[in-house]
Design a protein around this ligand. Structure first.
Ligand code: PLP
Length: 403
């Protein structure tokens, strides 16, 4: 096993290479620096780690299994396909690994109120869930359009006792919800912690969220060595903001023989501009606190994005991914809506597992290369979430195709 040495920790200003940083209004600098300091303390504190691990095991259901997908292995013509079952986490996706970590940190900081943004609603549900468990007040900001599209998750959050606030500005989706949550935080920072849902935004979030999600890769690495007696040759994960992918990749970063592939949303196509593939159509810019690849027009205005999966539909990508892309350590590809919906059905029919539409993008890329993988390839895919939340969306999509 050969090793590389990549410095994946941001510097004191929060830069991964030239990406990241703290591009925020002055009023947010103090709360963010306080948060960075508090996180630095708990990170090294064994009592925090013990407490977190105990909730991860008894409340979330970790470790999640590593599943050998026998039929898929045969269909793809490689040596083995393994699926890391984050879909079996409580609430149905990896998001809760991060919500739980940040809620515990908030409690240590003496904050009794948590707020969050949500797009498809998965991060909102995960946050409302841990807030209920810890007895914290919880407010979720959600675009008015997303609330219509994801009515089931709005119902879940409200049943869990959270207040869900519709955001009616702009495109009425995730980007506007993040802006609203930041406004709330500025006003209520003494009592409130903002639980950001992906490896995005200003320092210290990209690093903190990555660390909380790295449990995925840590477990997977250990499970592979135990169950297969070797490391995988290829890792695959879908990339929205980039938290489930960086969580899987991070513990393997210095294993030089492990290839890593991140799959973005190609939407309706790169050429017509209706997609969320930041590395295919974006350039370096600044969005919501961080410098990274952003989909923007010639004047630097943020482009409208499109994906069949709400969780991948965002104009920026986490800054650490921009560095890993420049270094050539991770390959970034994209698949379109049609391929993703096809993969949703295919994984269901091959393995009895309906993936989230986000996850289906990574599955689609794996299927696209069927017959082209080497006979020796051992693939490990992060099954970031289950697809129950998406059945209506998929049904509507199929209906539209027939029309
Ligand atoms: C939110 C979500 C994603 C995308 O977010 P990342 O931060 O890129 O992981 C992917 N899969 C599922 C199931 C999600 O809920």
């Amino acid at each position: 096993m050969s090793r590389t040495r990549i410095n994946t920790n941001p510097n004191r200003q929060g830069y991964f290479g030239s990406y990241g940083g703290m591009y925020v209004p002055e009023t947010l600098m103090t709360p963010l620096l306080d948060l960075a300091k508090a996180y630095d303390q708990v990170r090294k504190d064994p009592s925090f780690r013990n407490e977190l691990n105990s909730y991860l095991s008894d409340f979330v259901g970790r470790p999640t299994p590593l599943y050998f997908a026998e039929r898929m292995t045969r269909e793809l013509g490689c040596a083995a396909v393994y699926l890391k079952r984050e879909d079996l986490c409580h609430t149905g996706a990896h998001k809760i690994n991060n919500s739980l970590g940040q809620a515990l940190l908030a409690r240590r900081m003496g904050k009794k109120r948590v707020i969050a943004e949500t797009g498809a609603g998965q991060h909102g549900v995960a946050t409302a869930t841990v807030a209920a468990m810890f007895g914290m007040e919880c407010v979720i900001y959600m675009g008015a359009l997303d609330m219509e599209r994801q009515a089931l998750n709005v119902f879940r959050m409200r049943s869990l006792g959270a207040e869900v606030v519709p955001v009616t500005a702009g495109q009425k989706t995730l980007k506007e919800a993040i802006s609203e949550a930041m406004r709330d935080w500025v006003t209520n920072v003494r009592t409130t912690h903002y639980i950001l849902g992906s490896a995005l935004g200003s320092h210290p979030y990209p690093r903190m969220v990555r660390d909380f999600q790295s449990i995925i890769g840590k477990e997977a690495r250990r499970q592979m060595l135990k169950e297969a007696g070797r490391l995988p040759s290829v890792l695959l994960a879908c990339v929205g903001g980039g938290s489930n992918s960086i969580g899987l990749f991070h513990p393997f970063i210095n294993d030089a023989d492990v290839r890593m592939i991140g799959v973005e949303a190609g939407g309706l196509g790169i050429r017509n501009g209706q997609h969320a593939a930041r590395f295919a159509g974006g350039k370096v810019g600044i969005l919501q606190g961080t410098k990274t690849f952003v989909l923007q027009d010639a004047a630097g205005q943020i482009r409208l994005t499109h994906s069949v999966s709400a969780g991948l539909d965002y104009a920026a990508i986490g800054p650490e991914h921009s560095l890993l892309r420049d270094l050539g350590r991770v390959e970034y590809v994209h698949v379109n809506d049609r391929e993703a919906v096809h993969a949703f059905d295919t994984l269901g029919q091959w393995e009895g597992l309906l993936p989230a539409l986000e996850t289906a993008h990574a599955v689609a890329y794996m299927i696209k290369l069927a017959g082209k993988w080497s006979k020796d390839d051992v693939l490990l895919l992060n099954l970031s979430g289950r697809g129950d939340k998406d059945v209506q969306q998929v049904a509507a999509w199929k209906e539209q195709q027939r029309a």
